[in-house]
Design a protein around this ligand. Structure first.
Ligand code: SF4
Length: 331
């Protein structure tokens, strides 16, 4: 098995009670069967409390939320199960997050989701370009798939080319993002000139789209509403944050795109995320990495939202030419 991971992967360590945006708030945690069996066997008050905390929602066992927080979360931000019984007693999803894995045959790509504040800091708050080293583990094939090897090779080659363009810092970020679009744009016309009205229309569409998604927290909807009401923020914003964010998206979604032939769609969607986030960070107070982390929490773990966003990329405004036009305004 060939395993690839970002260079910061092994540096992750959960800060539990000190976390500013714990993953135990807002999300429904679905325990796995093995751990449910373990929880059945725990004696005493704690066992009682765990079993009482597991309720059935949409036909699945899940830890109940008490005022939006996992019912196993203590006031000091620590998990009662982990505190009393150690990490092994955490259900798989709790012990695994924020890690994610994409596996295709003998390729495994793993990373950390930036919806976790610590992972976001590791991925985005840095100077040097992120690298993605690969090592061989000697593990045998675990799953078969029917994706053509040529498709996987094409996706990996396209991603390597896109990363090389992205991390070549002699040009502005917007120029680099436009060049990445050229990789997938067979027509590759020059970017059409856009006027102020076109830019406003584009941003209205983007804000409407993201506002129409299912939201985890009302504060996110409020932020979208207040930023969407202001004039678009078109400035040179070459912060390294955006390079690292695009690198994160290219890495996380490329191999997955081989499964449903969606490399171009996922790439255009990543650019739309970045255009929106640059606009929000230009208008809103607060740490940009914190805003990107909250955005990831809203978007990345909700399959319905992701599907809706991908479908929306069929709109002409989000075509390669449309995006190049908007990105060119910030050159
Ligand atoms: S969000 Fe990350 S750092 Fe915070 S509690 Fe969850 S895993 Fe730990």
């Amino acid at each position: 098995m060939k395993v690839t991971q970002p260079d910061y992967f092994d540096r992750f360590s959960c800060i539990a009670g000190a976390c500013p945006d714990t993953c135990c708030v807002g999300w429904q945690v679905i325990p796995d069967e093995e751990h449910i069996a373990l929880y059945e066997s725990i004696p005493g008050e704690l066992g009682e409390e765990i079993r009482k905390g597991i309720v059935t929602k949409d036909g699945e066992p899940t830890f109940a939320l008490c005022e939006g927080r996992c019912c196993m979360l203590r006031e000091d931000g620590l998990c009662k199960i982990q505190y009393a019984l150690g990490e092994e007693a955490l259900s798989k999803v709790c012990g695994f997050y924020p890690r994610y894995v994409t596996e295709l045959g003998l390729l495994r790509e793993q990373g950390l989701s930036i919806s976790c504040p610590v992972a976001a800091g590791l991925a985005l708050d840095r100077i040097d370009p992120v690298s993605y080293p690969t090592h061989e583990t000697g593990e045998p094939l675990r799953y078969f798939h029917d994706i053509e090897p040529e498709t996987i090779l094409w996706v990996k080659k396209s991603r390597d080319e896109a990363l090389a363009i992205l991390q070549g810092r002699s040009q502005s970020l917007s120029s680099r993002l436009c060049s990445i679009l050229s990789l997938i744009d067979e027509e590759e016309e020059t970017a059409p000139e856009v006027g102020e009205e076109d830019i406003c229309t584009f941003f209205r569409k983007v804000y409407d789209l993201y506002r129409s998604l299912e939201q985890l927290r009302p504060q996110w909807g409020q932020l979208l509403r207040s930023c969407g009401e202001k004039r678009p923020y078109i400035l040179k914003d070459d912060r390294l944050l955006w390079e690292h964010l695009m690198s994160y998206y290219l890495y996380k979604y490329s191999l997955r795109s081989a499964m449903d032939d969606s490399f171009e769609t996922k790439l255009r969607l990543s650019l739309v995320h970045i255009i929106l986030l640059r606009d929000i960070c230009g208008k809103a107070d607060g740490d940009p990495i914190g805003i990107v982390q909250r955005f990831a929490k809203e978007i990345e773990h909700n399959e319905d939202n992701l599907e809706r966003l991908e479908r929306a990329m069929e709109d002409e405004s989000f075509s390669c030419a449309g995006l190049r036009a908007i990105l060119s305004c910030g050159l």
